[in-house]
Ligand binder design. Sequence first.
Ligand SMILES: C[S@@+](CC[C@H](N)C(=O)[O-])C[C@H]1O[C@@H](n2cnc3c(N)ncnc32)[C@H](O)[C@@H]1O
Length: 213
Amino acid sequence: MELGHRWRFLSRYLRNPHAVGAIAPSSRALAEAVSEPYRNSNGPANVLEVGAGTGAITRYLGTILRKGDTLDICEINHDFADLLERDVLSNANFAPLVTQGRAKLLRLPVQEIPSDNRYDFVISGLPLTAFELRDVQDVFEVIRQCLKPGGVFSYFEYLGMRRTSRTFAIGKRRARIRAVSAYLTENLRQHRFTTKTVFLNFPPASTHHLRFD
Ligand SMILES: C[S@@+](CC[C@H](N)C(=O)[O-])C[C@H]1O[C@@H](n2cnc3c(N)ncnc32)[C@H](O)[C@@H]1O
């Protein structure tokens, strides 16, 4: 990954830590782990990536997209969206897909994606543990609605982050993280079919894979 992308990522984090939620883009190992159910599936598949940032996972998806697959890439931040368009969607893997209408950028919050059951896989880089509970609930609802029956929602969270925040946060922040953590834990309890830990990432992370039906 280019140094410029890392710097862009860090500077956006410093400006808006709650929306960006990480100080560095995901590693290749994390991109592989969070994309595993899609990679192991038999195509064709419609894939949605949410919270693409500087494209660490997007770039990896571009290398495994099969004939007939489609990829929608959702990113709320205009600077990141510009960068994705300029540096990722114009590269050799993506340019033909964009021309064919099989890869497209959605410059909007995930909460505004129309919910009409059209994705087989949703792969998320969203900083869910930095969100308010209401936003996490809205995101889960939209994703549940836009997955086809049997579709898979994959996301990651940094290892120990929720426990550390629950322990050390104070006041409103503590109440927020406790509520978000309880919601995520309950969803994992009900819907998760597998979790994998990735140590080759900064910070190390767990990838979770869920089915809602
Ligand atoms: C932790 S970064 C992940 C970036 C990249 N996927 C990676 O793994 O390196 C989270 C990204 O989610 C984006 N984001 C935050 N809230 C969002 C929302 N409501 N809808 C879409 N994207 C959002 C941020 O702008 C940021 O680019």
